[in-house]
Design a protein around this ligand. Structure first.
Ligand code: HEM
Length: 138
């Protein structure tokens, strides 16, 4: 299933519901909650929704409003290590479960989210954890 197929399966409304379910969980999360703008969660929700419409469906609203995504640069101000990546993916997993995303779509979305989330990491894997023996396990 390619990205266009994910888009067709989810539909605009499905993506909106998924992103809403994700952001509903953010303020109560001990790790990620404090990172997000408490005064502008509605705006943050809209930005992720429009980004997904752009990335999966080729819809131009995100670049029209925000320009090139440059997601790594935009995440630069936040400390994103393994724990933050894992938590983001966990919360998105819970949102997908709540929205009853079809298993074949879910598998594809999980792979897509995991790839982007990994790319957002800007901390050394060993920071904040025990020193790795030999080479880091990634
Ligand atoms: C790896 C863990 C991640 C963390 C801790 C994180 C955190 C954040 C935070 C704190 C913001 C600012 C909220 C705002 O004002 O918009 C943000 C923005 C955003 N994030 Fe993430 N994020 C992560 C992964 C992802 C992933 C996997 C995606 C896409 C699949 C994504 C897409 C976005 C987008 C589109 C924006 C808005 C960019 C803009 O136009 O300003 N993020 N993220």
């Amino acid at each position: 299933m390619d990205e266009a197929a994910i888009w067709r399966e989810m539909g605009d409304e499905g993506l909106r519901r998924l992103v809403a379910a994700f952001y509903r969980r953010i303020p109560g999360d001990d790790l990620l909650g404090p990172m997000y703008p408490a005064q502008d969660l509605v705006g943050a929700e809209e930005r992720l929704y429009l980004f997904l419409c752009f990335r999966l469906g080729g819809d131009s609203r995100y670049p029209d409003q925000r320009g090139h995504p440059r997601l790594r640069v935009r995440h630069g101000p936040f400390r994103i290590g393994m724990a933050e990546r894992d938590r983001w993916l966990q919360i998105m997993g819970e949102a997908m479960r709540e929205c009853e995303v079809a298993p074949e779509v879910r598998v594809e979305l999980e792979a897509f989210f995991a790839q982007v989330a990994d790319f957002m990491r800007n901390q050394e894997p060993s920071q904040g954890g025990p020193p790795p023996f030999g080479q880091p396990a990634e």
